[in-house]
Design a protein around this ligand. Structure first.
Ligand code: F6P
Length: 545
């Protein structure tokens, strides 16, 4: 039986009525009316602290959102995911990234297979390999230790490891420089290769399918570059693979002994915990990689056991839903006030937008509400000097997630004080705004006409929602918990919209067309007939190539 539509559910309709009442609410007044608002609307889990009090909602809103989560079956669907049911219904797959970070003693058998034992067998291999490379026991073909690791992958086979290696910079091995090549654009791999020494470079070809065009082209280019500079017999010391596709890895010429496997129940954008995290384990060492997994597991345990009203990922998902649906916010800004989280917004773009950027329900019916907002952002304070103007005074309301560590990993205390001051000041400014009367007071002394001319420009509407997520330090465990928090937030929203958050058919059409056009650009005699724009562009490129 198909799921009733979202808008026909009783709790959604109750929220619709409530949202009309809430239209004129001012957060300033909500704070003034409730001195306990911060205590009431904040919570701690898995080493993270979430303050969601600066949202345009009250206790009743949260009650109604919790009722919606129950009515949409968030808890049942969550339990089905953890149990290994095939909730990815367009690919008939289980969704078990949570099993990748479960401790060795956990139990999970799916289709007769002991999933936890499989996971830990691969983790043991990752441990042995990364220890060997880091200690200098694993040598390049001329007997020198590895100094550079190049991960060749794209999407989930790039964004997670790249983001995590950057985020865990203070934990990195001093001898190993990490490089990430993802783009089919030759400028990407050329820039990486020109700095590398084939005697001391290790390539990781990372692709779940081992068919992704960009990755295969980059891997072939890297292989050619290598064999032009080293004997072909040296390849096994310098090329390893991470994939679910053993045959394709073999065909490429990588010994399956140098392949780290994972499974079809790991979605690309949920794969940093699997062997796709090999660059992270190489960079920070297996001990810290285990802390990273443990941090995510702590968030999993919270997500699967805390009641909806005190469940951090559920609350984050529900509040995001409220902002999207009832405040009409088309996008969300991620503002990490931590330079080492610079790639976190890009990571979340794939996580949320590839998961929930859908327009039909799991049964194929049109979703009757807007779904995933656009996700974007840059680290604070840089964003403040670029696009925060629009966030403060533009016509769209854009909710912001501020993310900060209370303690830095450097000794420059005054920098950190300034950073946190900016983070908290921005959330205050978004919430409070600045009224025309406050502007008038500021401008006292100027001629009256000049004051009135400036008032509209200097007024801030405020009342703009934000969440603030704090951790003590950015370290492997807190990073693991943070990523898992957003994974589960994404899951919750997918359940509310009843979309399949685990497929990505929308990326296929462009891939197929690109193959055809590539052949035409390469000189195929009879170009297929496209529209006049595409034909014109192809013709210009053919003339230039
Ligand atoms: O772009 C689609 C996609 O399938 C992503 O979901 C995935 O993370 C990426 O391509 C890379 O896929 P693969 O790991 O199979 O190369």
């Amino acid at each position: 039986m198909s799921e009733p539509s979202l808008t026909s559910s009783a709790s959604f309709q109750a929220l619709e009525t409530h949202a009309i009442e809430a239209e004129d609410w001012q957060m300033r007044s909500l704070f003034a009316a409730d001195p306990q608002r911060f205590e009431r609307m904040s919570l701690e889990a898995a080493g993270l602290f979430l303050d969601y009090s600066k949202n345009r909602l009250d206790g009743r809103t949260l009650e109604l959102l919790a009722a919606l989560a129950r009515e949409r079956g968030v808890e049942q669907r969550r339990d089905a995911m953890f149990a290994g049911e095939k909730i990815n219904n367009t690919e008939h797959r289980a969704v078990l990234h949570t099993a990748l970070r479960a401790p060795r003693e956990a139990k999970l058998v799916v289709d007769g297979q002991d999933v936890i034992a499989d996971v830990h067998a691969v983790l043991d291999r990752i441990k042995a390999f990364t220890n060997a490379v880091r200690s200098g026991e694993w040598l390049g073909h001329t007997g020198k230790p590895i100094t550079d690791v190049v991960n060749i992958g794209i999407g989930g086979s790039d964004l997670g490891p790249k983001m995590a290696c950057l985020a865990l910079r203070p934990f990195a091995h001093p001898r190993l420089a990490m490089h990430f090549v993802s783009n089919v654009d030759g400028h990407d791999i050329e820039a990486a290769l020109e700095r590398l020494d084939p005697e001391t470079t290790l390539f990781i070809v990372a692709s779940k399918t081992f068919t992704t065009a960009e990755t295969m082209m980059n891997a072939q280019t890297a292989r050619r570059w290598f064999v032009e500079r080293a004997p072909e017999s040296a390849l096994p010391r310098h090329f390893v693979a991470v994939s679910t596709n053993t045959e394709a890895v073999k065909d490429f010429g990588i010994d399956p002994a140098n392949m780290f496997p994972f499974w079809d129940w790991v979605g690309g954008r949920y794969s940093v915990w699997s062997a796709i995290g090999l660059p992270v384990a190489l960079c920070v060492g297996f001990g810290y990689f285990s802390d990273f997994l443990a941090g995510a597991h702590a968030m999993d345990e919270h997500f699967r056991s805390a009641p909806i009203e005190q469940n951090m990922p559920v609350l984050l998902g529900l509040i995001g839903f409220w902002n999207r649906q009832f405040l009409g916010c088309p996008s969300v800004t991620i503002a990490p006030y931590h330079q080492d989280l610079a790639r976190f917004p890009a990571y979340l773009q794939q996580l949320e937008m590839e998961s929930n950027g859908k327009r039909v329900t799991r049964d194929g019916a049109p979703v009757d509400t807007p779904t995933c907002p656009a996700i974007w952002g840059e680290p604070g304070t840089n964003g403040q000097h670029a696009y925060f103007q629009m966030l403060h005074q533009g016509t769209d309301v854009t909710p912001i997630d501020f993310i900060a560590a209370l303690s830095p990993s450097h000794e420059l205390r005054h920098h950190h004080t300034a950073l946190l001051a900016n983070c908290f000041a921005q959330s205050e400014a978004f919430m409070k705004g600045k009224t025309p009367d406050e502007v008038r007071r500021d401008l006292q002394g100027l001629p009256l006409a000049e004051i009135e001319r400036l008032v509209p420009h200097k007024t801030f509407p405020g009342n703009r929602p934000s969440n603030t997520i704090l951790m003590e330090y950015l370290n492997p465990a807190s990073l693991g918990a943070l990523i898992a928090l957003y994974e589960h937030k994404t899951f919750v929203q997918g359940v509310l919209w009843d979309v399949n958050s685990f497929d990505q058919w929308g990326v296929e059409l462009g891939k197929v067309l690109a193959k055809k056009i590539e052949a035409e650009l390469a000189g195929e005699p009879q170009p297929a007939l496209h529209d006049s724009s595409t034909n014109g562009l192809i013709a210009r490129a053919r003339a230039a190539i």
